[in-house]
Write a protein that binds this ligand. Sequence first.
Ligand code: NDP
Ligand code: GDR
Length: 341
Amino acid sequence: MTRRALLTGITGQDGSYLAEHLLSEGYEVWGLVRGQANPRVPRVRRLLQDVRLVRGDLLDQGSLISAVEKVQPDEVYNLGAISFVPMSWEQAELTAEVTGMGVLRMLEAIRVCSGITGSRGSADGQIRFYQASSSEMFGQVRETPQTERTPFHPRSPYGVAKTYGHFLTQNYRESYGMFAVSGILFNHESPRRGAEFVTRKVSLGAARIKLGMATELRLGNLEARRDWGYAGDFVRAMHMMMTAETAEDYVIGTGRTHSVRELVEAAFGAVGLDWERYVVHDRSLHRPAEVDLLCADPKKARTQLGWEPTVSFEELVAMMVEADLRLLSDGGDPDQCSPWP
Ligand code: NDP
Ligand code: GDR
């Protein structure tokens, strides 16, 4: 029997890669899309032609119940969120509603549509649920590298909202016996990454300067360290968690950490430029509270799921810079269109 998956966040980076992966595994894939005239929906229709779309919004409980009733999924992947950390200070309440409460609404939609009313054990064979948890939950880290047992200390309204969603997913697993898992994913990037995130900002910046379209790149904190991996690798891990025998949470990352400064050096190096001549440090881009250092210990995923990343930091940066050089040379506007596929 063909398995059916429903994805929120289909118009985002991970939604696109996960949809492609699930289609290649023979799934029927549905994407939840919101808004009356969402400008990203035509792109999904064009580039993910085999994905079927259903209307709904993580802010609207009824719409999620209707979507789950209509699609009758075997698996739900909750990727939808306000995902840009700085925006979570500007719109903290909206972030709590979408990134935090949205998880509750989707879990409730699944619970109601599955007819789960009692306590644990009643949900066997029901809809499986994946929550896109984040390394931002670790925030101010007390140990490095971070594992599934490292305590959380989120440093932004986004991190706090994700922590709520994480514990709620665990709670629905414990309360109702639902197959509900969280992937604690560290930063993952690709040529499809939104232009507001630092890796894409840097790959676009280096490509623009190389092509004579810009003369400088303004960045905030150059000392922050992140464990950056490739999105294509990370969506495989999501699927592995959802098809595992037992419902468990996993840390997913490469186990290597680099500073923003090293990222810039690698990206400008890839186009043969000396970054120090072009990068301007801009204090106004610093965050009210920073996450200084993230580095995953993905041992559990490696040993229990057999998951391994396949793209190194250097390969990832080169891939993104090359894609942006091509996009800009072809006259593409990264704010309006995307370099998919
Ligand atoms: P993106 O920012 O690229 O995509 C976010 C998605 O959320 C978009 O499809 C957006 O749709 C959707 N969305 C926003 N608001 C709503 C809403 N009210 N109802 C339904 N959908 C909504 O994120 P990524 O693909 O990078 O990340 C996917 C998930 O994984 C997110 O939850 C993110 O927080 C989490 N995560 C990401 C990591 C990363 O490094 N990429 C690491 C760890 C966790 P629309 O087009 O309608 O705006
Ligand atoms: P992050 O990603 O906050 O880790 O969240 P982002 O790329 O925005 O920032 C990474 C680090 O780079 C520093 N930085 C800058 N960041 C941006 N965006 N722009 C700049 O100009 C800049 N200069 C320095 C930041 O201070 C930060 O330390 C991402 C998102 O995908 C989340 O949704 C996800 O949960 C986490 O990764 C894991």
